[in-house]
Design a protein around this ligand. Sequence first.
Ligand code: IVH
Length: 705
Amino acid sequence: MPQETPTEQLSETDAKAELAQLHAQLSQANLAYHQDDDPVISDAEYDTLKRRNAAIEARFPHLKRDDSPSEQVGAAPAAGFGKVTHAVRMMSLGNAFSDADVADFDQKIRRYLGLEAEAALAFTAEPKIDGLSLSLRYENGRLVQAATRGDGTVGENVTANARTIEDIPQTIADAPEVLEVRGEVYMSHPDFAALNARQTESGQKTFANPRNAAAGSLRQLDASITAARPLRFFAYAWGEVSAPLGETQSAVLSRFATFGFSVNPLTTTCSTLAEMLAQYRLIEGQRATLGYDIDGVVYKVDALDLQRRLGFRSTTPRWAIAHKFPAEIGVTRLEKIEIQVGRTGALSPVARLTPVTVGGVVVSNATLHNADYIAGRDGQGAPIREGRDLREGDWVTVYRAGDVIPKVKDVDLSRRPKGTQAYDFPTTCPECGSDVLREPGEAVARCTGGLICPAQAVEKLKHFVSRAAFDIEGLGAKQVEAFFEEGWIKEPADVFTLVDRHGPVSLQPLNAREGWGEKSAQNLFDAIRERQAIPLNRLIFALGIRHVGESSAGLLARIYGTWEAFRTAVEAARDHEGPEWEALNAIDGVGSVMAAALVDYFHQDTTRAAVDRLLAHLEVQPVVAPATSTSPVAGKTVVFTGTLETMTRAEAKATAEALGAKVSGSVSAKTDILVAGPGAGSKLIKAEGLGVAVMSEEAWRALIS
Ligand code: IVH
């Protein structure tokens, strides 16, 4: 497999080409895996490609394809099977790769629900079965349909095949009228070995692993072949049901058992994070002797009413996560530590490694995160790797985790060459020589050169004029580079003063170049002038805020409507805590990473000043949220006051906004609805004075349900 360029170093053109290539590779792999059950690459390679794709998309959000592999769950159904549209979409799971990720998951849920850190919150911990998911539909207690996940929306009809699986009951007594039971079809290790032996004997192809064998066996057009293959099934979830199955995940699992399904015996309920992690270790310890493949532990919020409140992100639930077992590890030499300066000015230390294969991929670079990480301590000064620092010349262990960029796990001090020096983190930017600043409490050191730093400035400008941003005809990446070199455009505001400062005549040096006659210059000035009126979503995207891609910019624009509202809300969240911060986090589609990036962007004085200079030339066109015809509160301005009893403020705001309402913190003549809980005071009085509709939390819930 080719060695990859770190995403920080990728040019936009290369990124685009690589995304196209990844799309092709992943599509082919998906088809081979899901439709032909004959994988062309290993699982580890597949994961690596997906992560690489995600990493490039995170770096160049505007290059994300409409048919991006990150939005796909599995593959569309194969041609030979009938199609089934799932009554309830079959979702995927988010991943956790460390205890810290799980702690973060627990914390985020508590924050969303407004629970104290110590408040009781139960989770189930279930082995993550490495098979393929199947949805079984029972009507009046009879199995009427079995469907694979497919792309999550449409799967394959494999009813005849599912009927041959012993673990799947054909009829269920006492089932609700409609019942969809979901779970994993898998093959045990002994059955897998026996199947492959039979295949070899009869001169047929063998399977790479039990999961592929299970998939290949279930997805047989001839059900008699499936019948001859010993498939098993564990039930762990459900789709459409005409009556509730219980109040908790664990109660539903017990109910499944009474229906006659197999429920994984290692499933437990945990009431603390420590118990969840202990259960993970316990299951991990039994992994080798279970007799079937598992690839992690799934934690789910046990209470179903809380699951409902937490809801879903685009393809994964907020109330569950898969804690994956660790990735493979490689040992190699750290040849050199180099510093890269990103678009945001962050100095990222990178380890140049003697190439080593980890999980089927050649690794030659690894992230070193920041100065502390190299020195062997975390952000709080506590030791990591028991305080062992990393030096050029060291022997290190590397691994691939959730991110595509490999990481250095540890260092072998017994192999440290004599005479090595502790690494000196640069105090000046290697690109522009500006001072490097590390804010107290911040892990990242940043070049203070801002737009003066060529590494940052050019990349920012290219992004600023790109298609989904200002899209100025005649001012593409090439021109930006040339204009930057000439010193004509150093920051976004300069684009709009170009005409006044230079006028067509002073673009002479460019006139001399091919394709740059007077006419081109005049056209460019016209194009620039035209873009002074800019829709809010394009402006937000153009700023190049980390983690804010085109669709996120659109989302923010729809939610805030105007530049002033957007900027005020983000600046008000600057403390990374408090109601404004919570509100920003609670927007569906904005996670804590994006929220932090937004806040940090406006935190820097130089950025704020550059944005002000830019805004002086623009007329920002507000974005009106589309009136959702089905939502009774679309376009309405809502204020919440007093104590809310069934939801947190953040949750209330997120729900209202998802329904197209605008949530404000204060009552004015523009307020349409005031939702007042117990203890409401001045806002309630003011609303009554203004004749604003006032309703209880209960009435509000009835209105939006
Ligand atoms: S719950 C809405 N529980 O893992 C959540 N999934 O990576 C639905 N899987 O698509 C999934 N064991 O095929 C759940 N105990 C378990 C599981 C499990 C295996 C699979 C399932 C899912 C995939 C996500």
